[in-house]
Write a protein that binds this ligand. Structure first.
Ligand code: SF4
Length: 463
């Protein structure tokens, strides 16, 4: 019997670590002792482990991931007995091996013998072990759901996406019924069905996938019974979520009709660039036609898009909500270089060609009160993002403290004073001012050399 520790580094995550849950199932079949922890736990480091597995997510969690690896390397016979997998490990394999001396397993664990020579198990096909979550020092928001895949990989290669590196082969059909039934048999019934397919609509067996979902009890209007706090049986709706989104280009009327037969909520349709406006609107109208009312979309920004296009995409959702009686929630998703080791807006590769440090920070600041979501209320949107491109640009330039405390500074006149000073700048002064503000050069410029009007306008950022 081996002593196995599974570690998810200490970054935030609401999805349980599916890879580690499958590794847990694998080692338990071999009668090994398996313990799962989130982050760096002194009692766990104090023990001796034969192997430690560390999962990884986005490359910008480099620091947290390396910290977890190095933390547990003292608890195994050799540094290479810490085994790392996941997205970061795949994209930065050489770098990670060089930095930590850990063993890196890139991609999926879908080859027999990948962890133990001669073993015939395809770990990726095992039923994830949900029981490790109950013993862990952490609760995941979505741990009471079925997590699975109806497909793997994606036939496309979008330049901002790493799927083709992590799951290079597109497999258009994974039988869902067996996966989900096994989870239920082993770990009890779960509420919702979360499918993490990268591009389910690319499957030639999409119809079969929908049939599987319906057979599993997730047809339109599906409900779930559970025991409430007072011990009584209650019922609530249960939903299916293709959480990686649906590819609008492949969303035909027939596929939309099939989707409307299941309890999908929300239907996530990507709206990555304003150039896809006509296509996007057509698909939203199609969703409305088939009674799919709860939608959500990832609004990629800071890639090749322009801030005006970003604003327009959010506004289009508001308009569509009102016109069609829908509930579309937008999730702005800031592009970060696929191999970036941090998410800082000051890292050159993390700034899109039409964006800059100040604009990115302004968007983040505007999104704080709603935790990153742009909802359906027009009044709120117009206040937060401005009523047109001109006001939006003013907000992008605005000192962050004025964005955070909008009411206060509009009340005490500070915002108006700042804007009147900015508007009074001559063309060349405005150019200098925007260069300093947009590139956050406040500390590096010699303000004494600037004209008085520029200095006055800049003062608002330095308070
Ligand atoms: S279609 Fe989606 S999953 Fe496929 S490569 Fe493009 S972004 Fe990635």
């Amino acid at each position: 019997m081996r002593n196995i520790l599974l570690v998810e580094p200490g970054y935030k995550s609401k999805y349980p670590p599916l890879g580690l849950m499958k590794i847990a199932a694998y080692h338990k079949r071999l009668s090994d002792r398996v313990v799962f922890v989130k982050g760096c736990v002194p009692e766990m480091r104090a023990e001796r482990w034969d192997r430690v597995y560390v999962s990884s997510l986005f490359t910008y969690y480099w620091k947290e991931t390396v910290k977890a690896i190095e933390y547990y390397q003292e608890s195994v016979p050799r540094r290479s007995d810490v085994i790392v997998g996941g997205v970061l490990a795949t994209l930065l394999k050489d770098d990670l091996e060089l930095t930590t001396g850990a063993t890196v397993k890139p991609g999926l664990l879908d080859t027999p013998g990948v962890l133990d020579l001669g073993d015939k198990t395809k770990i990726d096909t095992l039923t994830p072990d949900y029981s490790i979550l109950l013993e862990a020092n952490h609760t995941y928001t979505l741990q009471n759901n079925y997590l699975g895949y109806a497909t793997r990989g994606c036939p496309n290669r979008c330049s901002f996406c790493a799927v083709h590196k992590i799951e290079p082969v597109f497999n258009g059909y994974f039988p869902l019924r067996r996966q989900i039934q096994l989870i239920e048999e082993l770990y009890g019934e779960k509420q919702d069905l979360i499918l993490m397919d990268n591009n389910v609509l690319a499957s030639e067996r999409f119809k079969d996938i929908i049939q599987d979902i319906k057979a599993l009890g997730f047809g339109k209007g599906a409900t779930y019974s559970y025991r409430n706090k007072s011990g009584r049986i209650s019922t609530r709706n249960r939903y299916v979520d293709f959480n990686q989104g649906l590819d609008a280009r492949l969303l035909t009327e027939e596929k939309m009709s099939l989707l409307s037969e299941i309890a999908i909520r929300p239907a996530r349709i990507a709206f990555d660039d304003i150039r896809f406006r006509a296509l996007y609107e057509e698909k939203i109208r199609l969703a409305a036609k088939y009674g799919i009312q709860h939608l959500s979309n990832y609004i990629l920004y800071n890639f090749n898009d322009h801030p005006d296009g970003f604003y327009d995409r959010l506004m289009i959702n508001l308009d569509l909500n009102e016109e069609l009686g829908l509930h579309i929630f937008s999730f702005p998703m800031r592009y970060v270089d696929l191999k970036s080791k941090n998410r800082l807006t000051s890292t050159p590769g993390n700034i899109g060609k039409h964006w800059n440090v100040k604009y990115l920070r302004a968007i983040q600041t505007v999104l704080i009160p709603t935790r990153g979501i742009v909802g359906t209320k027009r009044d709120y949107f117009l206040k937060a993002f401005g009523k047109d491109h001109h006001e939006f640009h003013k907000i992008l330039l605005m000192p962050e403290s004025y964005i955070i405390n909008r009411l206060k500074h509009e009340g005490d006149g500070a915002t108006d004073l700042w804007w009147s000073q900015v508007c009074a700048l001559s063309d060349w002064e405005r150019e200098i001012f925007e260069d300093i503000v947009c590139n956050h050069l406040f500390r590096s410029v010699d303000t004494e050399k600037l004209s008085r009007p520029v200095r006055c306008a800049l003062d608002h950022y330095l308070k």
